[in-house]
Design a protein. Structure first.
Length: 449
């Protein structure tokens, strides 16, 4: 098993390395940004207003509101990447990595817009009268020849269904259980049982139940975490200008060794900033389009505008709060990495209470990820096997939450990481081939607005 785990880990390194997925994701984002004339910059504030203020369209087809669709997607996206991923990027790439996370987020907004638009445009109604959409549907229905589109759609659905049980389920419950055992001495089986029961109470009710819950839970968890990070930054506000300088200098020249920090070349700042940015916001993976397809809307472009704010909130806002808390407190020079680095930053500002905020934040973020990915996996399996697979899937998914908390998951992590990355390949092919449809639909909407 160890040799197989090592092999899968090497495959994961190639898929997520600098020669395949990362450049493809970035170039697709730049291409769509150009074709859409920088829509993420010209329409950002109107998009935030649509998603956070308007929230719902009357008499529109769909299962949940704009706001609930956005929160469901954020539930899956705002996770350990916002706490652990940012810290790892800075620890390995220096402060300049945060700048490249911003760049990844900004171009990724155009990708997220495109995924959502196509997901709503090509969505359909399943046997239960609920919406079904996402990359598997726009690949299968939008690409010609139809056989190629169907093949790409099946590949995406297969990869997503497997990834949902790993990166979106067992890996999350395992991280929570391990963290709570280390911080508070809580047995892993207790954490697993509580998470499984809580997840089951939401997941078994379907997307409407998930939408209602995430509509309250996700804003609360983001705001609470940002208040904690904001307090840390406020207590070191005199260091904010210096932190900005570190980010900008490191983004274009690398960062020299300082304190316990080993130093990072420019290439490392770009590599780790881009990689962790993509991991955090998932732009290009196609997953968020599945939630967008459930939104109550008359216009694919309108939901696309709402959906692209997900990347803005995740990467430009939440990740920045984490990054500046780490930089302003100076702990980035400590030699720590991952969650311990973020905890050190919060502890520097808020004492032991800061460590608790990070631990609780990780727990909430991981639990929300389980909820969002449960829906992604469900719709992927429905595409492959039909609606008869939904109830058994939900039950198995809930049970997997418990077993993930009490098992060693090195192999599961490696496999799900590969599947998570492979989701992007058919999706990006579809976005490029259907970019003309995206542009035409967008121009038609704004021409009528």
């Amino acid at each position: 098993m160890s040799s197989l785990t090592e092999l899968v880990s090497q495959v994961s390194g190639f898929v997520w390395g600098p020669y395949l997925l990362i450049p493809l994701l970035l170039l697709t984002g730049f291409f769509l940004t150009l074709r859409l004339r920088g829509i993420q910059f010209t329409r950002l504030w109107g998009s935030l207003y649509l998603g956070l203020i308007v929230r719902r369209e009357k008499d529109a087809d769909g299962d949940i509101s704009h706001f609930q669709a956005l929160m469901t997607a954020l539930a899956a996206t705002v996770g350990t990447g916002n706490i652990v991923g940012v810290a790892t990027a800075i620890a390995l790439g220096g402060p300049g990595a945060l700048f490249w996370m911003w760049i990844t987020g900004l171009v990724g907004m155009a990708t997220k817009f495109s995924e959502a638009l196509l997901s709503v445009k090509f969505r359909t109604t399943d046997e239960r009268g609920e919406m079904a959409g996402g990359p598997m549907y726009y690949l299968a229905e939008g690409i010609r020849p139809r056989g190629l589109g169907k093949f790409l759609g099946v590949l995406f659905a297969l990869f997503a269904a497997v990834a949902a049980f790993g990166i979106g389920n067992m890996v999350q419950s395992n991280s929570v259980a391990s963290g709570l055992e280390d911080s508070f001495g809580i047995d892993t089986w207790i954490t697993g049982l509580v998470m499984a029961v809580a997840a089951g109470a939401v997941i078994l009710g379907g997307i409407k139940s998930i939408g209602r819950f995430t509509g309250v839970f996700v804003p609360a968890m983001i705001v609470l975490y940002m208040i904690g990070a904001g307090l840390v930054i406020a207590m070191h506000v005199d260091q904010v200008p210096a932190a900005f300088r570190l980010v900008l200098q490191g983004a274009f020249s690398g960062t020299a060794a300082a304190g316990g920090f080993a130093g990072a070349a420019l290439a490392q700042a770009i590599r780790f900033g881009v990689a962790r940015g993509i991991f955090s916001n998932e732009s290009g993976l196609g997953s968020a389009g599945i939630a967008a397809a459930a939104a109550q809307t008359h216009e694919p472009t309108r939901q696309a505008l709402v959906s692209m704010t997900q990347t803005f909130i995740d990467t430009i806002v939440v990740c920045s709060f984490t990054g500046f808390a780490i930089l302003c407190t100076g702990v980035w020079e400590s030699g720590l990495n991952g969650a311990p680095l973020t905890q050190a930053a919060f502890r520097a500002g808020l004492g032991d209470f800061g460590s608790w905020i990070v631990s609780i934040g990780l727990t909430m973020f991981a639990f929300s990820t389980v909820l969002g990915w449960s829906y992604y996996g469900e719709k992927s399996l429905e595409f492959l096997l039909g609606t008869k697979a939904i109830l058994p899937y939900r039950l198995v998914f809930v049970v997997a939450v418990f077993f993930g908390a009490i098992r060693s998951l090195d192999f599961v992590w490696s496999v799900s990481d590969v599947m998570n990355g492979l989701m992007a390949l058919p999706n990006l092919v579809g976005l490029l081939l259907l970019s003309g449809v995206i542009v035409a639909e967008t121009r038609d909407y704004f021409g009528r607005s």
